[in-house]
Write a protein that binds this ligand. Structure first.
Ligand code: FRU
Length: 496
């Protein structure tokens, strides 16, 4: 398919049903298709949207272009779940079918209002000269899944921002609604977070920009997201063009977070005595969305992919998937992210892993680990080695190097894991660890994804990988003496 402005932005009805079925069949039979991560039924998936709890179910939407692995005319696809792991796809919910979203239903959020789920999203509109006009729109979802868009936009582009003005997060505090928006300041062309407030959801007052840092946040902030975690306000966002002196990152764009001390949206203030941090140290995390449940917990889900990067499944006409849902906590002012506990209910086969290697030994610790599994492994202090996942006759696999001695570190190298891609941004990601301390790895592998949670989720590495089908071994190689303890489980299919 040659992608032109015309076919990228054609109405969905102009595509033939046969073409869509062919794409769906191609995606369904791909060996890279995950089985417990949400992936598009066809075409491209990007940001998570409208993550919420409503009508006794979890709701999640994703940015979708169903007709190819490209960023064309976007819609929202809707999924529901009882446990945040087993997801049922209800199909396309919001499409670009009004004058206020004619060139794409872009990202947004959801909150329960008067027993309906209120969705707030960016309507992307282009005029005849292809000038962009962003509108912030609303829609209601009833308990029987009927969706109605509001006739009028809630917020139009203020003069002080450019046309990069999108991704509303709607929040309710007492009897006031607030919206945070990703924005680019018109005068300086720098990335900002805009705030609006409303008492009635109809008229919105522009409160200017959120004051959360003195540092320059690049040229655009996408997907701002405020969440309360264990009593602290935490701001999660994607600063594009962030100077690497502020955070050292290697991905094309980082997804970052800032733990705050206090937040007064009314005054536009988010006070923090903390540093900006990377949400994830892996290769492929973006546009993360978190929300607070009625009981005060915080859950996060991310796009396991990045803008402007080619992925190997592009040749199969589909692209990207979601991360697992993670529960967020704060301990000692540090953010912890752990996969939701319900994943345990989908464990099938099990193997106990326990043993030791002398210095410079190599051992296959699981011979046929399958392509959808969970692995927990602990190593005591003063050890150095390499864990290779998806190792086999055709590839050395995904290498996880670690040292728990002095100069302790953890490093992922995906250079020799099946098909390589995005090598412009390097093939390794590394963090330093506390010296002379044990390490605990919790790893989720699912066909073309690998998420590594270190020390109960204190550090996370999330990435796509495109392994060969025969490379199913888990191999441990030691530099020093290595003692290991853990478990392996196969995980069953949870996406329907
Ligand atoms: C982030 C993003 C958002 C936008 C959406 C469009 O990945 O660029 O800013 O709303 O994707 O699909």
């Amino acid at each position: 398919m040659k992608w032109t402005r015309k076919n990228l932005y054609s109405q969905y009805g102009e595509w033939s049903a046969d073409y869509l079925l062919t794409l769906q069949a191609q995606a369904a039979k791909s060996s890279f298709r995950p089985t417990y991560h949400i992936a598009p039924t066809s075409g491209l998936l990007n940001d998570p949207n409208g993550f919420s709890f409503f009508n006794n179910q979890w709701h999640l939407f994703y940015q979708s272009f169903p007709f190819g692995p490209v960023h064309g005319l976007k819609s929202w696809v809707h999924l529901v779940s009882d446990d945040l792991v087993d997801w049922r796809n209800l199909g396309t919910a919001l499409t670009a079918d009004t004058v206020h979203d004619s060139h794409g239903v872009y990202s947004g959020s959801a909150t329960v209002i008067d027993e309906q789920l209120f969705l707030m999203y960016t309507g992307n509109v282009r005029d005849k000269n292809w000038v962009r006009h962003p509108f912030q729109n609303g829609a209601y979802l009833t308990t029987d899944n009927q969706l109605t868009k509001l006739a009028h936009p809630l917020i139009e582009q203020p003069k002080h921002v450019t046309d990069h003005f999108r991704d509303p997060q709607i929040l309710k505090k007492d009897d006031t609604y607030f919206t945070l928006l990703g924005a680019q300041d018109a005068a300086t062309k720098r990335g900002k977070i805009s705030i609006f407030k409303s008492k009635n959801l109809t008229t919105w007052e522009d409160l200017g920009y959120l004051n959360f840092t003195q540092q320059d946040m690049g040229y655009m902030i996408e997907c701002p997201n405020l969440v309360a975690i264990d009593g602290k306000p935490v701001l999660i966002f994607c600063p594009q063009g962030l100077n690497k002196n502020i955070i050292n990152y290697n991905n094309i764009y980082p997804n970052t977070y800032l733990v705050g001390d206090t937040c007064q949206l009314e005054k536009g203030k988010f006070n923090s005595s903390h540093r900006l941090e990377l949400l994830d140290h892996g290769f492929d995390i973006y546009a993360s969305q978190a929300f607070n449940t009625p009981d005060g917990n915080a859950y996060l889900v991310s796009w396991l992919g990045l803008p402007e990067i080619d992925y190997p499944t592009d040749s199969e006409n589909w692209a990207h998937c979601m991360s697992v849902v993670k529960k967020l906590t704060i301990r000692d002012d540090k953010l912890y992210q752990e996969p939701v506990a319900a994943i345990k209910n989908y464990r099938e086969e099990h193997a106990v892993l326990h043993g030791s290697l002398d210095s410079r030994q190599r051992k296959v610790i699981v011979e046929k680990a399958t392509l959808s599994y969970e692995l927990e492994l602990s190593f005591p202090k003063n050890q150095q080695g390499t864990l290779s996942l998806l190792n086999g006759p055709d590839s050395e696999g995904l290498k996880l190097h670690f040292s728990t001695s002095s100069a302790a570190f953890f490093e992922i190298d995906r250079k020799n894991c099946g098909q390589t891609f995005a090598t412009t941004y390097g093939t390794k990601r590394r963090v330093s660890l506390q010296n002379n301390a044990p390490i605990k790895l919790h790893i989720l592998v699912d066909h073309s994804t690998c998420e590594v949670f270190i020390n109960d989720g204190e550090l996370v590495f999330s990435q796509r990988i495109f392994p060969n089908n025969n490379d199913l071994q888990i191999v441990l190689a030691s530099e020093s003496e290595v003692i290991y303890n853990g478990d392996w489980w196969k995980i069953s299919n949870t996406i329907h």
